[in-house]
Design a protein around this ligand. Structure first.
Ligand code: DGL
Length: 256
């Protein structure tokens, strides 16, 4: 039995794994009085190299699980799950506040009109229609570079976000763009944890754009509009389909 949103309940934050913690850290700062339920599906990560149907099924299963906990909002802190499943989830659960994540391309194009902007994301996010529509809306006068980075999620999930392995994986992809980009949009919530390596490989003139703060602000707006903001003491509940990831999850939150 699925419980519907009610006052003073959890805000669920969902990702395929630990990546959504890069969003959670902004949510906790923006809404310290809220109770968060973070669920990472690391047993099934990465999502970004799976077919769309599988990503949708996994996201629906996670959403159903989270709704059983009594939640008032669901933050899909995952670009891949949002691209594959947000529309269908909103249609299936119109009464639930669902906040999705998409590459912060608008932030980049507003800041660098006519610039050269790269989007670093999973292969699934870059191939979905949702991304093409975003590009049509935002990137008219910009030069857009799509950079799929398979393998990076696995390194973050294994606690090696900033490591020689990350450097070795990303160097062939990013070094050719060193000094040539105005901005890189981190289009996967795992990637902010590798931001130092990404910044080093792209050079000092390239802005790193993370959508986390925008998602936190949007969550506040949606809850405010619905009269569902909580007062009192906040809390954070951790859950992962692979409990071995809980330790790393807590470390990543502190690093933010
Ligand atoms: N963190 C997810 C995102 O923002 C994707 C990770 C994955 O491939 O599982 O796209």
């Amino acid at each position: 039995m699925i419980r519907l949103a009610s006052k003073n309940d959890y805000i669920a934050v969902f990702d395929s794994g630990v990546g959504g913690i890069s969003v959670l850290r902004h949510l906790v700062r923006e809404l310290p009085q809220e109770r968060f339920w973070y669920y990472g599906d690391s047993a099934n990560a990465p999502y970004g190299t799976r077919p769309t149907e599988q990503i949708r099924a996994l996201t629906f299963a996670a959403a159903a699980h989270l709704m059983e906990q009594g939640i008032k909002a669901l933050v899909l802190a995952c670009n891949t799950a949002t691209a594959a499943a947000a529309k269908a989830l909103r249609a299936a659960y119109p009464e639930l506040i669902i906040i999705g994540t998409e590459p912060a391309l608008k932030v980049a194009t507003d800041r660098f009109p006519g610039g050269t902007i790269a989007v670093l994301a999973t292969p699934a996010t870059l191939r979905e229609g949702k991304f093409s529509r975003l590009v049509d809306r935002c990137a008219e006068e910009c030069t857009l570079v799509r950079l799929p980075a398979p393998g990076l999620v696995e390194l973050v999930e294994s606690g090696r976000a900033e490591s020689p392995e990350t450097e070795a994986l990303l160097a062939p992809l990013l070094a050719p763009w060193h000094g040539k980009l105005d901005a890189v949009v981190l289009g996967c919530t795992h990637y902010p944890f590798a931001a130092s390596t990404i910044a080093r490989l792209l050079g000092p003139g390239c802005a790193i754009i993370d959508g986390g703060p925008g998602i936190a602000a949007q969550t506040r707006r949606r809850l405010e509009q619905a009269g569902l903001l909580r007062t009192g003491e906040g809390a954070l509940h951790w859950e992962n389909s692979d409990p071995r990831l809980l330790e790393l999850s807590k470390t990543l939150l502190k690093e933010g």
